[in-house]
Design a protein around this ligand. Structure first.
Ligand code: ZN
Length: 499
């Protein structure tokens, strides 16, 4: 088609929307990394104006007219163009059903909610946060109703993060996982073998920064199109042209900053691997948060906690921290990297018990949306679930219901993506190892390019063509399922703890 064709016009508008979205992301990044303490009100207003501007661009009637012309001329479109048009149609239809006032209100509320959460968490004050959560739930229900999905609001929230997902599909996957994971956790944690993470104390932050920079560069992160900073809650935002990652430092938890950085690097590598020229369309966008988390979790866990990884990096770690590691044996270091211990805090959890934290949140979110759990009863429900699933009772709401940022900005339905990502990561791991049997020998030499290349070809280059369920079938040859994850956890942890 020629340059002034409706397809070119569509691309021009999608580019404009995308550029505005990247500005909003940058403002959000700055909010969590740099914002002065009393500047939150202005930031909420900035978010609202940006959201309103993006919504106006996304609902421009010209966009609808171009889409209608392209759909009428469907036969003249290439397969790639059809993917772009179908996704643009889905976004356009959703955006036009939302009133501008609602979009503005929700954006401001997200920002207000974030700061209310941060304060409530600092002061362990759930009561001050409860009205924010009630408001966020009401906005989520209203959003679903605008889209004609009243009564299915939770499915809509899940689908927003992971296209094609529903509570029914996730319930089935999680039930299968839980049935085998709970006994596996019991088996590992009742072992006399115990990791001694307390051996790792007093690691200067500057050294940690230097080491994680070395690691993340070696994994393939391009710092000419990205950076890493510090925030309360590690995250990754932006796109392949400008990735913003964060981590956080604690002198007595050097593995925490390192693995947070590797996790965010996995997200960054995915974004940097998406087709750069197509960032504004479905061809250059991430497939969904489950697939995104499969990338971060694969680099963090399957790669970063492997023997082969540490064969290469242990000498470098010791060179950076000679005094701190002189009394730590290689086996002790490796066991600390793979410590398994139920904890109350999800982001501190090991990869075995981590999934139980997600199941807890999924069960609670379903009850909140079904109206069978009131916000005021959340702390008690959370603590009961923690007791049942983790065998631990939070001694404060900070260690319970207030620990996560997600609900504060209305991101209900996001948590399951982490666990779906863990499942997909394990399936991808076995798929790549079948095709590259010497993969771990490559890691031991410090060469991670073979894995990155494979992920690039099989996941990154596909953009948003396939959802997590379809991607699993095409790339791993099997349905998305917890079985590969369970196999991987047994293969990694039983020899360490139960040999
Ligand atoms: Zn992540």
């Amino acid at each position: 088609m020629t340059n002034d064709s409706p397809y070119a016009e569509l691309l021009g508008q999608l580019n404009r929307i995308h550029r505005l979205e990247t500005v909003a992301q940058l403002v959000g990044w700055d909010e969590q990394v740099n914002l002065p303490p009393d500047s939150a009100d202005l930031r909420a207003e900035q978010h609202a104006v940006l959201a309103e501007t993006i919504h106006a661009a996304a609902t421009d009637p010209k966009l609808g007219a171009w889409l209608a012309r392209l759909e009428a001329a469907d036969a003249g479109l290439t397969a790639d163009q059809r993917v772009v048009v179908a996704e643009a149609r889905r976004d356009y239809d959703r955006a036009t059903k939302l009133p501008a006032d609602f979009v503005r209100e929700k954006a401001a509320q997200s920002s207000i909610g974030y700061h209310a959460w941060a304060q409530a968490r600092a002061q362990d004050d759930f009561a001050s946060y409860a009205p924010v959560l009630e408001k966020n739930l009401e906005l989520a229900q209203r959003e679903a109703a605008y889209l004609g999905l009243g009564g299915r609001a939770y499915d809509y929230m899940l689908d927003k993060h992971d296209p094609g997902m529903s509570a029914a599909v996730i319930s089935r996957l999680f039930a299968e996982l839980k049935a085998e994971l709970v006994p596996l956790v019991r088996q590992i944690t009742s072992s006399p073998v115990q990791a001694k993470r307390e051996l790792l104390r007093g690691f200067p932050v500057a050294g940690q920064q230097a080491f994680l920079r070395e690691v993340t560069e070696q994994l393939g992160f391009n710092y000419r199109r990205g950076r890493i900073d510090v925030s309360l809650h590690p995250f990754c935002s932006g796109n392949g042209a400008d990735i913003r990652m964060t981590t956080r430092f604690n002198a007595d938890e050097p593995l925490d900053s390192l693995f947070s950085a590797i996790h965010e690097t996995g997200h960054g590598l995915y974004e940097q691997g998406l087709p750069l020229a197509q960032h504004a369309t479905a061809l250059g966008r991430a497939a969904g948060m489950g697939v995104h988390e499969s990338q971060s979790r694969l680099w963090e866990n399957q790669v970063g906690r492997s023997r082969a990884f540490w064969r290469f990096f242990e000498p470098r770690f010791r060179a950076q921290f000679a005094a701190q590691t002189q009394d730590v044996s290689s086996d002790e270091l490796y066991l600390a990297v793979n410590a398994v211990e139920p904890t109350l805090i999800r982001v501190d959890a090991d990869e075995v018990t981590y999934n139980l934290h997600i199941i807890l949140r999924f069960e609670i979110e379903q009850r909140l949306f079904a109206g069978t759990l009131a916000v005021r009863d959340l702390p008690a429900a959370w603590n009961a679930a923690a007791r049942e699933l983790l065998g631990l009772t939070p001694d404060s709401d900070r260690a319970g219901v207030l620990q996560d940022v997600h609900w504060s900005d209305g991101a209900f339905g996001y948590f399951p993506s982490y666990c779906l990502g863990n499942m997909l990561a394990a399936q991808l791991w076995y798929a790549v190892k079948a095709q590259r049997p010497a993969l771990e020998e490559e890691f031991a030499r410090g060469d991670f390019s073979g894995l990155l290349h494979w992920l690039h070809e099989n996941v990154h280059a596909l953009g948003k063509r396939y959802d997590a369920l379809e991607l699993s079938r095409r790339v791993t040859g099997g349905e998305l399922s917890p079985q590969a994850l369970l196999r991987y956890l047994r293969e990694r942890y039983l020899p360490l703890y139960c040999a």
